[in-house]
Design a protein. Structure first.
Lengths: 309, 619
């Protein structure tokens, strides 16, 4: 089997502008949705209490809502989670409530409503923890960006580092844009997925850049766009197969992982799809426009010092 | 050129063998067990306990399938959960004859069913996180400002006493924020005060503040060192207290750890009664000193049912009832330390208490007026009191150093000291994070994580074998070896495996195949360019190596950032992710190369490779 039967290098760079404009539009849309809709942050970031219960038979949600309202939680969100038998209740933190007793009181209320609920999971996060998690997440993101830029600059050239990080950061924004648009829940595992994908799609750029460097060294007389075209064409088979394999794994998580892994796998899926696109078709033109050339990869020959008398 | 030296093959084989051994325990599952651990910090487990347990089980005609002892616990493995409950009862009855004062914690637990030779080489199954096995997780914030304020209040009281003792005239001593303010009318008195304070303690830093000519102030603040000591003490003390309290819950493997400067993590696997757990964690114990009512006949009357007004009936530790007055002489707030030791004259075991200045004064007055009478020291927990000891007052006791002795063994002395020290929290705590996972959800999470990994793996295996033929199969074997090594490493390190951790395992496998795809594509490319098969294998592995290294390092950077800044679920993800990247480098490059070498390395006249179709543009 051979999927890719390419006779000549594909002229990716001729359409460089188009790719970047598509990319820019997606990016602007993502920013727009992030700004207007915002992220639906999970209880880990906002602080609050989350109670998941399961019933033997699908319960009516309305009586649960009204019972919670009368017992002092008018702002409780009650919804089904996964199946009709599972119910998820979210309670925001409030200053006037004894936060440590929320879960017990909620369970007591649910028992009073009837239907024999079974407690599956409780998560309570105090307000100070939520803020910390958000700032830790931001710090982790900064550290990843810094680490990758420094590594790529050392290993390749600053132009590669800058292009790779721009291309892949815009992936991150696009993933966040999806989460804002669909109002999917943004939780800690999703944050982990986003950062993992950042590291993973930089991979992609690295593989292409490796080829770029090699081609520059081996083949003389090619223009920079031609070198980039050659590098992308000769790695495209690997790109698609690798990402396809990773996506198979992620798909298995999406199908069998249940609710907890659902959004984690979702973030990875978007990240992988856009990762291919941006790390190849956005990063490479950026490198070109930043002015990469053969000379940067040739080891400077030591000039003989002539003795000055 | 495609042969590994023998030592390299042996080394790789050895790593795989070790990987297999350390992965093994995960396949055996778990069997019920009863775990015995010490319920008191002062009580050590010893080998003689083994015999006691053995005998208790024999008497109850319960058969066990193994008895294991380690530093902190003794575990008895039994055949079924039925026997487990009976065994627990039998052991409990034998070890804790007095259920109100248990010396040992007897808890139900699960033990790995792996054979003992595996356990002996420390091969244990992976350590599952709470989201996989069910249980409660709490994050507690210790109120450090509260602890400092409490100390400053005590300091203010101490300073008042000091000024009086040294005959320094002051115009008031108050605590304001994080300072203690001493007011003086003239500079002479202030100077005298400064000398007295500096001579007494190094914990306070003093500064002058003149608000008016006749309103001179001395501002005392706690030095950085003193504040640090208070904080360290508070957190240590709270952890000790939590240990003692959690022992009551009978949890097999509680985790109580300091996190950061002022937080404590408490994890109680298997605990479902969250309300009780919270109740016990949040309990405040106080110490009270009261006088004993020794009116003749009063105790007998109280036992008969009519407790005299103004008194209460308690049981003294060890059994005998005692009648105690309601009026509280002193509370535990005045206690600064309690240590076990010996009486200087009689050499009897004793407990030495240290009181703060105000406490010492009260104690001196009370003991002077009550020589020859008995005094009761009570520990009040959850509104229920217990008389720890009720010694006879022999003389007036001044100076704030109190000794409790009489009718005590060394063991009891250290128990009492611990109880007095640890019975109360040094600083209040607040639950700032709680996670409860029911057991059914835990089991479901394991199943979901397992199925995701399994089906993802199967899909990749089918595709790789179909696309790259024999080389695909080699990649799949390398990937399986990667999984094996990752599980072995996680088992060996006993790192906590969580659901995000399982997700990381799946994701890492999905990413790890990249290395083999890179290699296989390179080999195909070399073949396409007309290179001989042996040279193509060699060049494919050589050239792909740089790329694999680069791409794994960028992924590892992201993993490390998550490890550094992640907490909870993210950390679980990051640990597996980072380890997985390391094992994948090993398996994708070395193991797959070894296999390819074994298959093709010896053939001199190799015509073609089984790596799928090599399409050439000219065909």
């Amino acid at each position: 089997m051979e999927f890719f039967r390419i006779k000549k290098d594909l002229p990716f760079m001729r359409h460089a502008l188009t790719f970047n404009i598509i990319s820019l539009i997606t990016f602007v849309l993502a920013v727009f949705f992030l700004a207007t809709r915002g992220l639906h942050l999970s209880v880990e970031f906002t602080g609050g209490t989350l109670v998941e219960v399961t019933y033997a038979e699908a319960p009516q949600l309305e009586p649960i809502r009204s019972a919670l309202a009368t017992s002092g939680y008018p702002d409780a969100q009650v919804q089904n989670f996964g199946s009709a038998r599972d119910v998820l209740i979210r309670l925001p933190n409030r200053d006037d409530l004894d936060t440590t007793k929320v879960s017990e009181r909620t369970m007591a209320t649910l028992h009073a409503v009837g239907g024999a609920p079974e407690l599956r999971r409780v998560e309570f996060v105090g307000p100070q923890v939520g803020k910390e998690l958000a700032s830790d997440g931001a710090m982790a993101l900064l550290l990843v960006i810094f680490g990758i830029v420094v590594y790529l600059a050392m290993r390749f050239e600053w132009r590669f580092a800058v292009s790779a990080i721009i291309a892949n950061l815009h992936d991150v924004v696009i993933i966040l844009g999806f989460f804002a648009f669909f109002q999917w829940e943004f939780s800690l595992p999703v944050l982990a997925a986003v950062l993992a994908v950042l590291g993973y799609s930089v991979n992609e750029s690295v593989v292409v850049f490796d080829r770029v460097r090699e081609t520059f060294k081996k083949k003389r007389g090619l223009t920079t766009p031609a070198v980039l075209d050659h590098a992308i064409t000769s790695t495209i088979s690997r790109t698609v197969i690798t990402h396809g394999s990773t996506q198979m794994m992620v798909l298995a998580m999406l199908l069998f992982g249940g609710e907890t892994l659902h959004y984690f796998a979702m973030a990875l899926t978007i990240g992988i799809l856009f990762g291919i696109y941006s790390s190849v078709l956005v990063a490479s033109p950026l490198v070109m426009w930043l002015g990469v050339s053969r000379e940067q990869f040739m080891k400077p020959k030591k000039e003989k010092e002539e003795a000055v008398v | 050129m495609n042969r590994y030296p023998l030592w390299k093959n042996i080394l790789i084989g050895l790593v795989l063998f070790l990987g297999l051994i350390y992965t093994l325990p995960n396949f055996y599952g778990e069997v019920p067990a009863v775990q015995v651990s010490s319920g008191k910090a002062t009580l050590k487990l010893d080998a003689s306990l083994n015999g006691t347990i053995e005998q208790a089980l024999k008497d109850a005609r319960i058969e066990h399938t193994g008895l294991f002892i380690d530093a902190n616990s003794i575990r008895v493995r039994v055949a079924s959960t039925d026997i487990q409950l009976r065994a627990k009862d039998a052991i409990e009855k034998r070890l804790n004859p007095d259920p109100r004062d248990p010396s040992y914690v007897v808890a139900l637990n699960l033990l790995s069913a792996s054979p003992s030779w595996l356990t002996a080489i420390n091969a244990l199954p992976m350590y599952l996180g709470l989201d996989l096995r069910g249980g409660v997780h709490f994050l507690l914030q210790v109120d450090m400002p509260g602890a400092i304020t409490k100390r400053l209040d005590a300091t203010a009281a101490d300073l008042r006493t000091l000024m009086r003792d040294k005959n320094v005239r002051h115009a008031g001593i108050t605590r304001e924020g994080n300072n203690v303010l001493l007011r003086f009318r003239d500079a002479e008195q202030r100077e005298a005060a400064r000398k007295a304070i500096s001579a007494g303690t190094a914990d306070l830093q003093l500064a002058d503040r003149d608000d008016a000519a006749d309103d001179l102030k001395l501002v005392a603040t706690l030095s950085q060192n003193a504040q640090k000591t208070i904080r360290d003490f508070a957190i240590k003390q709270n952890i000790t207290t939590l240990h003692n309290r959690i022992n009551e819950l009978g949890v097999a493997e509680p985790v109580i750890q300091q996190q950061g400067a002022d937080r404590i993590v408490v994890q109680l696997p298997g605990v479902q009664d969250v309300a009780k757990a919270k109740d016990i964690l949040g309990r405040t114990a106080t110490l009270e000193v009261r006088l004993v009512d020794e009116t003749p006949g009063a105790l007998e009357g109280a036992l008969a049912g009519s407790v005299p007004l103004g008194t209460e009936l308690y049981n003294e530790r060890g059994g005998s009832p005692i009648l105690v007055r309601n009026q509280v002489v002193l509370t535990g707030d005045r206690l600064t330390d309690a240590q076990p030791g010996f009486d200087g004259q009689t050499n009897e075991p004793a407990v030495h208490l240290t009181l703060d200045a105000a406490g010492s004064r009260i104690f001196r007055d009370v003991t002077r007026e009550n020589v020859g009478k008995r005094m009761a020291i009570l520990l009040i927990e959850k509104g229920k009191g217990e008389v720890v000891t009720a010694p006879v007052i022999r003389t007036e006791i001044g100076g704030g150093r109190v000794q409790i002795s009489g009718r005590m063994t060394t063991q009891e002395a250290s128990d009492v000291a611990l109880l007095l020290r640890a019975g109360s929290l040094a600083a209040p705590m607040e639950i700032i994070e709680e996670r409860t996972v029911g057991p059914s959800l835990g089991a479901e999470n394991i199943a979901k994580g397992f199925h995701s990994t399994l089906w993802g793996f199967v899909a990749i295996a089918i595709f790789m074998s179909a696309y790259y033929m024999l080389f695909g199969l080699v990649s799949v074997i390398a990937l399986a070896a990667n999984l094996l090594l990752l599980v072995a490493l996680l088992s060996l390190l006993q790192a906590t495996l969580t659901l995000p951790g399982i997700a990381a395992m799946a994701l890492t496998l999905g990413m790890a195949i990249d290395a083999n795809v890179l290699i296989n594509e390179r080999i195909r490319e070399e073949l396409r360019n007309g290179v001989s098969p042996q040279a193509a294998i060699h060049a494919g592995y050589e050239r792909a190596f740089d790329t694999i290294l680069d791409s794994n390092i960028t992924t590892l950077i992201a993993g490390i950032a998550l490890l550094v800044f992640g907490s909870g679920p993210v950390r679980g993800f990051a640990v597996v992710h980072c380890l997985g990247i390391l094992t994948s480098m090993f398996s994708a490059i070395l193991i797959s190369r070894m296999l390819v070498n074994i298959i093709y390395g010896r053939r001199r006249k190799l015509e073609s490779l089984s790596i799928g179709q090599i399409w050439k543009p000219g065909n």
